[in-house]
Design a protein around this ligand. Structure first.
Ligand SMILES: [Zn+2]
Ligand SMILES: [Zn+2]
Length: 294
């Protein structure tokens, strides 16, 4: 979203890459085939595309946040309580952004990319979309700067939230005891990426799983996760992974009759997609099963 966000994530890149190498080595020694060159290649390409896209929109978004911050409700002092409040409120904003990204097709069109792999490992965290700014994820940051957090604080915290989430994309870590009650853990996020019955649209947490428990979207990991979309894409092409749902959505909106139906195709829940004839989502729409098969 801004330069500082990119710098934080790029600065941590050696840590991320080191952990990926370590996880790949560990899994290979145990003959677990979680990594493939094609999958990691598309994850890396998508990460670079997303970073380039966020650099392009950084300046106007920062300007918008500064405009909103000029009308802030409170002057928050740069002190520890403000930082603690930022950690909690930014994570709450992330929860709703993520939930909206699964329940509003315009936002799912971007977020589907993150869920399009049938594998889950640390490199999956890199699988992001170039089109997030078009989907409007930045809207969820505006209340924070309106409350009184500075744009730099909000953007930096957003990057740290994403950095935390890198570590929950793994099958190597099992249950973490009492931490499972409070924190988003690998176990909780495995459920989020799974397409098993009962696992769809669950566990939207960024850092704290308490939001899912509070707002009724929590499901513990009970059975082995099957990762990816309900109707897999079978593609490693970063462009197709990025734009396929936008294309389907545009086609559906074009075929819809009347303004209300068109708006439903763009902003309704993904399972209301008209494109029931499309090979990737036909049964989902017909059976009213959420397409958002994290
Ligand atoms: Zn994820
Ligand atoms: Zn998700």
């Amino acid at each position: 979203m801004s330069q500082s966000s990119n710098f934080i994530l790029l600065g941590l890149a050696p840590v991320f890459l080191g952990c990926i190498a370590l996880e790949a080595w560990y899994l290979r020694r145990r003959a677990i085939r979680s990594y493939s060159w094609a999958d990691v290649g598309s994850n890396a390409t998508l990460a670079l595309m997303q970073q380039a896209g966020s650099l392009l929109v950084a300046a106007p978004l920062l300007l918008l946040m500064q405009r909103v911050h000029a009308h802030r409700l409170f002057d928050l002092p740069p002190a520890w309580p403000t930082l603690a409040l930022l950690v909690v409120t930014q994570d709450l904003a992330y929860y709703w952004q993520h939930r909206a990204s699964h329940r509003i097709r315009w936002m799912w069109a971007s977020h589907v990319t993150h869920h399009s792999s049938s594998r889950l490992n640390l490199s999956t965290a890199f699988r992001q979309s170039l089109t997030y700014p078009v989907s409007g994820v930045w809207l969820f940051s505006l209340p924070l700067v309106w409350i009184g957090f500075t744009p730099t604080q909000v953007v930096a915290m957003g990057a740290l939230n994403l950095a935390y989430q890198f570590f929950v994309h793994t099958e190597v870590v099992g249950h973490l005891g009492w931490l499972e009650a409070v924190m988003n853990t690998p176990s909780h996020h495995r459920v989020h990426h799974a397409s098993n019955d009962g696992y769809l649209d669950r566990n939207y947490a960024g850092i704290f799983i308490v939001w899912d428990r509070l707002f009724g979207t929590f499901t513990p990991e009970r059975e082995r996760c099957v990762y990816g979309l309900v109707h897999p894409l079978h593609s490693h092409n970063p462009l197709w992974l990025t734009f396929h749902e936008w294309i389907a959505m545009g086609r559906d909106a074009g075929h819809a009759r009347g303004v209300r139906s068109r708006l439903l195709q763009l902003f309704g829940p993904p399972e209301r997609a008209l494109g029931s004839a499309a090979p990737t989502d036909a049964p989902a729409a017909a059976e009213q099963t959420p397409l958002s098969a994290r």
